[in-house]
Design a protein around this ligand. Structure first.
Ligand code: SAH
Length: 487
């Protein structure tokens, strides 16, 4: 009898009968009690454990042999005697009376098999070999009990609670969608189990609810503020914008408000961090700077201490900001993080200078490249031939060389070029000059870092659309040879 159809029975409040009082009968009785039944045990001799269970009121004990008629009105019967003839009688009566029966180790006299069980709260993994390989069943049971620890019981409990809460969603979507969302919710089973172990059951429910309701706000919420039990902090890599503190994004501002600590670089406007615990961790053109590994380690350390950290960077965190390296370090340390982009100086400083990086009439492409000597040298010739607007960051130290390279690469020395210093700040200064004269003009005006260098026909549009520094522009006499400096 292979017992092909698996079920789990509810036995609480049902009339269950165990016939026999030896070790195996005791074991079967214990299983029924654990499952919520209050069985009747019929046996002449009993183990001390059965006696104790009777005393505790967990079972009823009838000290006598089995007699036909004992199974009348029963739901389930276990025959655990070592007498095959008694089993045959029990089986015959059970069949007549429609009682589910299992005579232990006697498959001829069974309606059902009692599989090996790994039980973790409401989670039940059962193993059956159809009575053919009990030793294998035992071995698998051992493997499975190692694989599924006690936290799985807790996970099942939490999922049950989350399920109650999201049941209204079930009515709004079809079954396949519902099932697919649940599947997605459990995709990261290890993360959920980790949270259970860390005592963050509420977080588990939150993640599951968000998946099932299809709210993609999980990360946002994760980072949104309230201190979390379990003490894990988050890190947000936030772009501060190009200079003017009002150019940070709404999201960046929100996270700044929620942060305990701000780790910032040199380009960040002091107004953004004035009420915060701020740690400077910057880089600047060579001189004293914090090694990147130390910054990464600092962010990880702070988050592990439960701090909510904003890593605030000038411009956009992923534009020459080493944001990706920090994100990688956080990801590999398992820290929750979010990336908040912002206007990059490469575009915004130019916009404040009245120079659009693209314009459908004169510039259909732009490139942003580094002028820093420590980084791989851009292919200037290729840039000049392929790109309409070339924007160079970190290029002020090598301005002369960059200009020379552009001209060597085929750029027209007479065409307009520009340098924008302190873009978007009230201290913004702009020099426009023919490329061949740009370096000299910029040096004589004393422009320094931070500044962007820009070459391309879009620069010509500044003449008409400069808006930010337009009032000051006239204060400065236009220098000879067509160069203009506005202070
Ligand atoms: N992540 C930043 C860039 C960092 S590299 C961003 O997206 O803007 C630093 C370089 O950015 C500087 O050398 C300079 O070229 C440029 N830069 C930053 N702020 C600037 C500003 N306010 N005006 C002009 N250039 C700026």
């Amino acid at each position: 009898m292979p017992f092909r159809y698996p079920v789990s029975l509810e036995v609480e409040g049902k009339n269950c009968i165990v016939i026999g009082g030896g070790t195996i009968a005791t074991h079967k009785t214990r299983e029924l009690v654990d499952a919520g039944a209050m069985p009747t045990v019929i046996a002449e001799g009993t183990t001390p454990e059965l006696d104790a269970m009777e005393k505790e009121g967990l079972i009823r004990l009838e000290r006598r042999p089995y007699a036909p008629g004992d199974l009348r009105g029963a739901f389930l019967a276990i025959g655990a005697t070592d007498d095959p003839e008694v089993h045959a009688l029990i089986y015959a009566e059970a069949t007549r009376e429609n009682v589910l029966v299992n005579c232990v180790d006697d498959v001829q006299h069974c309606d059902f098999a009692a599989p090996s069980v790994v039980r973790r709260g409401d989670l039940m993994v059962t193993i059956s070999t159809g009575g053919k390989a009990p030793a294998l069943a035992k071995r698998l049971r051992k493997d499975l009990s190692e694989r599924f620890g006690g936290e799985y019981g807790e996970l099942v409990r939490l999922l049950g609670e989350a399920r109650e809460e999201v049941i209204p969603t079930r009515r709004e979507i079809d079954f396949d969608t519902w099932a697919a969302r649940w599947e997605r919710a459990l995709d990261d089973e290890n993360e959920l189990i980790g949270l259970v172990r860390g005592g963050e059951g509420e977080r588990v429910k939150e993640i599951v609810r968000a998946h099932v309701r299809d709210e993609h706000i999980e990360r946002v919420r994760r980072i949104d503020g309230e201190a979390r039990p379990g003490g894990r902090g988050w890190v947000a890599l936030v772009g501060a914008g190009p200079g003017d503190p009002s150019l940070i994004t709404v999201r960046g501002k929100e996270l700044l408000r929620a942060a305990d600590v701000v780790v910032h670089d040199r380009l960040v406007h002091p107004d953004l961090i004035k009420d915060k615990t701020a740690v400077y961790a910057g880089k600047h053109g060579g001189a004293e700077s914090t090694p990147q590994e130390e910054i990464n380690a600092l962010l990880v350390r702070l988050a592990r201490k439960g701090r909510n950290v904003v890593r605030l960077k000038g411009g956009d965190p992923f534009v020459f900001g080493r944001g990706a390296e920090e994100a990688q370090a956080l990801a590999s340390a398992g820290i929750d993080f979010e990336v908040v982009p912002a206007p990059t100086s490469a575009i915004a400083a130019l916009a404040y200078a009245g120079i659009p990086v693209t314009d459908r009439r004169v510039a259909s492409s732009f490139a942003v490249v580094t002028g820093h000597s420590a980084q791989a040298e851009p292919d200037w010739r290729a840039l000049v031939s392929a790109v309409d607007t070339i924007v160079v960051l970190m290029g002020m130290r090598r301005l002369e060389e960059i200009v020379a390279r552009l001209i060597e690469g085929g750029a027209d020395a007479e065409a307009a070029a520009s340098v924008v210093e302190n873009g978007t700040l009230t201290s913004q200064r702009v020099v426009v000059a023919p490329l061949g004269e740009l370096a000299a003009e910029v040096r004589s005006a004393g422009l320094a870092s931070p500044a962007v260098i820009v070459f391309g026909r879009a620069v010509e549009l500044r003449e008409e659309i400069a808006w930010f520094d337009a009032t000051e522009q006239h204060a400065q006499a236009a220098p000879e040879s067509g160069a203009k400096t506005s202070l």
